[in-house]
Design a protein. Sequence first.
Length: 166
Amino acid sequence: MRAADDADFREFARARALTLRRTAYLLCGDWHLAEDLVQNALLKLYRVWPKITRRGPVDNYARQVLLRCWLDESRRPWRRRERRDGVVPDQPTSSPEAGISDPLLRALAEVPPKQRAAVVLRYCAGLPAAEVAEVLRCSEGTVRSQAARGLETLRGVLEHSAERSA
């Protein structure tokens, strides 16, 4: 890679790492895994950096790579094995940095992956439906339906947890 491309990538990574990390956290619910996902996504971006920068802005592509890293990681056999009993030891509370409450974060973890991705990108990251559709590689109608279903699931989980605690 040329020195100019390398410097351009470093600037991109410096400017977008926190935003990508927050998005990854909202997808997976674990700060350590979020950092790993961002690192993997940045590595993949670095490998193709000269090629993708010729096509224009890379923000959506970066989110797409991050999303694919998260989906790949969630399919790994050891991730399924870790969650067998449903109890996570020493579960940390969410930090104010996340900008999301603990009950909402737990409810978000109950939403299926593609619906969660649509909800996180659409409502937490504040992206328009067209950009979310580009990241998820689907139509805007699919984004709207996935987000609506995800919000419906969130409401159901939150209502159920409110009934249990009452």
